[in-house]
Design a protein around this ligand. Structure first.
Ligand SMILES: [Zn+2]
Length: 183
């Protein structure tokens, strides 16, 4: 049965393809939800296959604009139903995340992850775009290497272009190479 959380949204654990046992929990100190491991996850283990539906235009849906990723120009992946979102859309950002994205749709463990540890990802590759539209958020992850601002133009920064290389969507990788940002 789906569980009702946050503004009447429903959480459907059956749709997301998590390969590990996980929990979606409210974090009172931070006043938001997060996804937590319930078992030891070894480095490089596949943790999650992102689920959802493809959209060509999300501009008329504030919920899809919040919960979607850009796979290619005018090609987005979002929840099947923005009012019934899957657990993977509740993964929070960290500037030192314990998951990394490979092949755009798969997340693997970047290191060993303990039970009860929050699973985190880097948001920069999710909304990366060469278009003029610009999205950014303030990061409060508190990691010593926190970037403070996470933006859809982070791929233009040579250090991040290199560090997150495997995580950028192919069209962003192509643009990074064309602009010579890896040199
Ligand atoms: Zn941060």
């Amino acid at each position: 049965m789906p569980k009702v959380i946050e503004n009447g949204h429903l959480y459907y654990p059956r749709i997301s393809e998590f390969f590990i046992d996980h929990a979606l929990e409210y974090i009172p100190t931070k006043k938001y939800y997060g996804v937590f491991s319930r078992e030891l996850i070894k480095k490089d283990q596949t943790v999650l296959k992102v689920s959802g539906q493809c959209y060509s235009d999300i501009s008329d849906s504030p919920l899809l604009m919040k919960y979607s990723v850009i796979l290619a120009p005018d090609f987005y992946l979002g929840p099947m139903d923005a009012n019934n979102i899957e657990a993977d859309w509740y993964l929070n950002h960290s500037c030192n995340p314990n998951l990394r994205r490979v092949g755009v749709l798969i997340y693997v463990a970047a290191r060993d992850i303990s039970p009860k540890e929050e699973l985190t990802i880097d948001y920069s590759p999710l909304n990366a775009t060469p278009e003029d539209g610009f999205a950014e958020m303030t990061c409060l992850c508190n990691d010593p290497g926190c970037r403070k601002i996470i933006s859809s133009k982070d791929w233009t920064k040579p250090d991040l272009a290199k560090k997150l290389w495997i995580e950028w969507s192919p069209f962003i990788q192509k643009t990074i190479l064309k602009m010579g940002l890896l040199k």
